[in-house]
Design a protein around this ligand. Structure first.
Ligand SMILES: *Cc1c(COP(=O)(O)O)cnc(C)c1O
Length: 382
């Protein structure tokens, strides 16, 4: 059916109507009091979402731009950087660091498994001279659906004393709690097309005071992504370059919605959807790719099945639900259900009903009718 498509990919995510309507307005001039008022309100709400006393920089980039900004503002060519890699995004940050001439060290884990903090600890302990400059962590690894133990890892980095913690929070911020100040995170990057309920186009970076101190002495080449420029402009509630005015207007609406929902319900809703999807998928005879519940992302669930591509195509064809596939060696081995942002319990029940219909079409009728929805309801509405 036309106009019935529902995105359950891990970004872009669905956008609420009031946010879409904000995008339909004429752009306002960005060097005006009106824009500055809007930008101040948005920036304050971003601090709330990041649970920080500091300020969040809004860039006209995708999430990768925000992450690149975090890395090149805190680090310099030649710096030793430890990248934690258990999926495609972790790999990307190792590539960014290498592109800027940093010395990349890697701790990895197989896809679907979390990074082992004990290995991070051992690596940090093996640096008595305190030469290591940063540890780069992908909090929610979207390529697999693993939620890494950021709190523990950041605590270990704190014990090291010198290294900074740089976090890709692109699919965790707004879906799970990322208390930046409490956990001592030095840079947190995210992007608009994930839990922010916006189209793609904005990147966000927040730095700690230690992060800003490192920013002052960093020698990586930068111009558009020089965060000192953004911080200076923010003192006048504005941006150094033309902001994505329309997206900032829409961001105001989406942040107000998130604020009305409140942090605790926001995180509870994402947790409930994760639990519902995992229970429902299991009841339909499928296996969540991330086995250990403790490391299952609240934003995205990967399902292991060699029928992944047929399932995706039938879900699209018969139910207008778009799911994501696996990437690289996981292609055809998993499909991924995005459940972050403007997604509700109802959407999860719908998706599980559709998944059941899809499995029936593929000849797997060997479960009680409604088994997936029933199992989800048992955990979502006990
Ligand atoms: C989406 C995403 C990004 C950013 O990707 P862009 O395409 O540059 O917006 C980064 N990290 C993770 C974990 C993501 O899910």
């Amino acid at each position: 059916m036309e106009n019935k498509n529902f995105l359950m990919i891990p970004g872009p995510t669905p956008v609420p109507e009031n946010v879409l309507l904000a995008l339909a307005r004429h752009p306002i001039g960005h060097r005006t009091k009106e824009f500055s008022r809007l930008f101040r309100a948005v920036t304050d709400r971003l601090s709330w979402l990041h649970q920080t006393q500091g300020e969040v920089m809004t860039l006209a980039t995708s999430g990768t731009g925000a992450m690149e900004a975090a890395m090149i503002n805190l680090l310099s060519p030649g710096d030793r950087v430890l990248c934690l890699v258990n999926g495609k995004f972790g790999e990307r940050w190792a590539k960014v660091a290498a592109a800027y001439g940093m010395q990349v060290e890697v701790i990895d884990a197989p896809p679907g498994e979390p990074i082992d903090p004990a290995r991070v600890q051992a690596h940090l302990k093996a640096d008595p001279e305190r030469v290591l400059k940063a540890v780069v962590v992908t909090h929610s690894e979207t390529s697999t659906g693993v939620l890494n133990d950021l709190k523990t890892i950041a605590g270990l980095v704190k014990e090291h004393g010198e290294a900074l913690t740089i976090v890709d929070a692109v699919t965790s911020l707004g879906a799970v709690s990322v208390p930046m100040d409490d956990w001592g995170l030095d840079a947190v990057a995210s992007g608009s097309q994930k839990a922010y309920m916006l189209p793609p186009g904005l990147g966000f970076v927040a730095l700690s005071e230690r992060g800003w101190a490192a920013q002052k002495v960093s020698r990586s080449p930068k111009f558009y992504l020089d965060l000192a420029k953004y911080r200076k402009s923010l003192k006048e509630d504005t941006t150094p370059f033309t902001p994505a005015v329309g997206l900032v207007t829409a961001l105001y609406e989406s942040l107000e919605m998130l604020h009305r929902e409140g942090l605790s319900e926001l995180f509870a809703r994402h947790g409930r959807m994760r639990d519902g999807v995992r229970a429902g998928v299991r009841a339909l005879g499928l296996k969540p790719f991330v086995q250990d519940e403790r490391f299952a992302s609240a934003a995205i669930t990967s399902v292991a099945t060699t029928e992944a591509e047929s399932i995706r195509s039938l879900m699209n064809k018969h139910y207008d639900i778009a799911l994501a596939g696996g990437q690289d060696e996981l292609k055809g081995q998993i499909f991924r259900i995005g459940h972050l942002g403007f997604v509700s319990d109802r959407d999860i029940l719908t998706a599980l009903g559709a998944l059941e219909g899809t499995l029936r079409r593929l000849g797997h009728g060997d479960f009680t009718p409604g088994a997936g929805v029933g199992a989800a309801l048992a955990v979502m509405a006990p």
